[in-house]
Design a protein around this ligand. Structure first.
Ligand SMILES: Cc1cc2nc3c(=O)[nH]c(=O)nc-3n(C[C@H](O)[C@H](O)[C@H](O)COP(=O)(O)O)c2cc1C
Length: 345
């Protein structure tokens, strides 16, 4: 059981680095939109402000390094570098599932290293829905995981497709909303509900918000397909479920409607691989944007500096889009509308 978890973690990192695990046909949908160019811009490019708040902490860019890893020696090296990049950029970072830390202490450092290197930036804990419902004392377990990394917020990943296809998977989520309600009422830091690549629908988001969730990370379709990862691990050539899920742009656009009745942080992730997708996420309603596999590939090839350059370059281009749409800060940028490409011709 313990070794299974460690082996699975390693498989996940290795497959994401070496194999074609992206959706093949479905995209995250952002290519269907364009920006409305504003010719009479009076914005001073050099003064464009990209800072924002993630819950109560000020961050320099509306961007986070999505939850990826922990629980192995390799994970410790990756997490150390990712955390150093997050610290240098002053952006939030998530750890991967902390299930392994509940099972034994051998690799506690692979998680602790994140807080150690991330300074005071927001750090997000992480545990899967199946662990949440299985736990005999979920409040204590989650508190321990929060303490381990001095987490500012806690992510519950809800991954039914992955559990269904994974050979060691556990697709039993009965009682999940009740457990979430208990957690959110007893533990004071904000909880975020997150998929891992199949997206969260508006109906589902509403139930999660009613259970006390304060952040929705849609982790929609169009980027890494966790069905693909698990199907490769099973030596299966099944293709239908590889493409299952709701595109990221659709999730953001529809869940954004819930802001009329609920106060929450909306996170766009799932196939975010460039500045255009970041900027369009913000206009469709995201408060912050996250990326996983692209950042993993970058840190693996070019280390901490590579990640810092990639994200800094992305936001230099986001600033150009802000200038060209007449937006001096994120608040005014987020008020701008995207045009559906079908309306342009
Ligand atoms: C190597 C790797 C491990 C991951 N492990 C976790 C995890 O433990 N918990 C989690 O919530 N998401 C995990 N994810 C999913 C990502 O956070 C993200 O939701 C998903 O990969 C889609 O984003 P992407 O298209 O930018 O990769 C992992 C992603 C990668 C690449």
């Amino acid at each position: 059981m313990k070794n299974d978890t460690i082996k699975r973690k390693l498989d996940h990192i290795n497959l994401c680095l070496t194999d074609d695990v992206a959706f093949k046909q479905k995209t995250n949908g952002f290519e269907n939109y364009d920006f409305e160019h504003y010719a009479a811009t009076e914005v001073e490019f050099g003064k464009i402000d990209l800072s924002t708040y993630f819950f109560n902490k000020k961050i320099s860019y509306p961007f986070l390094i999505s939850c990826m890893t922990g629980g192995t020696a390799e994970a410790e090296k990756l997490n150390e570098k990712l955390a150093a990049a997050a610290n240098s950029l002053n952006i939030p970072i998530g750890v991967g599932s902390q299930r392994q830390a509940l099972e034994e202490k051998t690799f506690h450092n692979s998680y602790k290293v994140v807080r150690k290197n991330a300074g005071n930036v927001p750090v997000l804990g992480n545990l899967g829905a199946s662990e949440i419902v299985k736990s005999r004392n979920v409040i204590n377990d989650v508190k321990k995981l929060i303490d381990l990394i001095e987490a500012d917020a806690f992510v519950i990943h809800i991954n039914p497709l992955q559990e269904l296809l994974q050979m060691e998977g556990d697709p039993h989520f009965r009682g999940l909303l009740k457990s979430i309600e208990r957690l959110t009422s007893k533990i004071k830091i904000p909880f975020i509900a997150k998929e891992v690549g199949s997206g969260i629908s508006k109906v589902c988001a509403k139930e999660l918000l009613n259970a006390g969730i304060k952040g929705i990370d849609v982790a929609g379709s169009g980027g890494t397909s966790w069905a693909a990862v698990e199907l490769i691990r099973n030596n299966s050539d099944e293709n239908y479920f590889r493409e299952w899920g709701l595109p990221t742009s659709y999730c953001i656009r529809t869940i954004n409607d819930l802001k009329k009745d609920h106060k929450f942080t909306l996170i766009s992730s799932g196939g975010i691989n460039n500045f255009d997708e970041i900027a369009k996420s913000l206009l469709l309603g995201a408060d912050i944007v996250g990326s996983a596999r692209k950042i993993l590939l970058e840190v693996n090839s070019n280390g901490v500096d590579g990640v810092i350059h990639l994200i800094t370059d992305w936001f230099e281009s986001v600033k150009k889009i802000m200038y060209l749409t007449g937006s001096k800060d994120l608040k005014s940028f987020k008020k701008k509308k995207l045009i559906r490409k079908s309306e342009l011709f």
